[in-house]
Design a protein around this ligand. Sequence first.
Ligand SMILES: Cc1cc2nc3c(=O)[nH]c(=O)nc-3n(C[C@H](O)[C@H](O)[C@H](O)COP(=O)(O)OP(=O)(O)OC[C@H]3O[C@@H](n4cnc5c(N)ncnc54)[C@H](O)[C@@H]3O)c2cc1C
Length: 247
Amino acid sequence: MTKWLKGTVVENYRWNDRLTSLKFNAPLGQFKAGQFVRVGLEIEGDIVARPYSLVNAPGDTSLEVYFNIVSEGPLTPPLFQLQKGDDLLVAPNPAGFLTVDELPEARDLWMMATGTAIGPFLSILKGNEVWSRFEQVVLCYSVRTKEELAYADSIQEIVGLHTDQICFIPLITREQIVDTLRMRIPAAIESGDLEKRAGITISASQSHMMMCGSGDMIRDVSTVLESRGMHKHRRRKPGHYSTEKYH
Ligand SMILES: Cc1cc2nc3c(=O)[nH]c(=O)nc-3n(C[C@H](O)[C@H](O)[C@H](O)COP(=O)(O)OP(=O)(O)OC[C@H]3O[C@@H](n4cnc5c(N)ncnc54)[C@H](O)[C@@H]3O)c2cc1C
């Protein structure tokens, strides 16, 4: 049985009426950048908990998760309402393999996120390991509207620190915004637009691809990559792409 840790909300930062970043304190032990933790609430006598990627870097004082309201879901509507000082529950065992130490050797690292799945990549990019392991990092962040492009300032800060090594590519599917691609990630790979924007090519010999977020994106990108001779990475059988599906 899970021995839940008690967490206390420090801040509930709402990006809009659907997206929020919840910062909280909890006596969680060590975790690796890119991992997730189960966060829960007691609802009508039962504990309802779901996995959430940690956005903060290991060692930061507070923990942070970034999520959207799923109106038909049991947890996100009440989680969205939490305020400073409120309690929540945190499972003691962070987990997940979307971490730098699980990646095979490659020259370039591509990080592809849909919506709230930008979180684990931010945690990774705040650390040092990724910058010493890879020559180039390409961060692809797909959202529907410009308003949904949360953490833009944090991303600019990271870009400013690693200008020569990182390329940030925002993809905004429902609006025409200057300096962004108006297409989904799989289409942008297939058309060559993503590589053109990054200035490097995607190939089995030099790229590793990380994907996080919607099952549709992961399925469609995987299909495109497989057609280029790239395969899913497994501990026992090293490959070219790693995935974490949120829904
Ligand atoms: C390893 C892992 C890490 C995750 N990390 C995050 C995270 O950092 N941020 C985050 O927002 N979510 C994350 N999720 C999804 C999260 O755990 C919940 O499923 C989500 O927040 C909805 O919770 P809920 O209880 O309200 O609804 P649920 O009962 O979990 O889901 C209700 C329905 O909504 C679908 N759904 C779930 N999430 C979404 C979504 N974001 N958009 C549209 N439909 C959805 C489900 O597939 C299901 O059909 C993660 C999932 C996994 C497996």
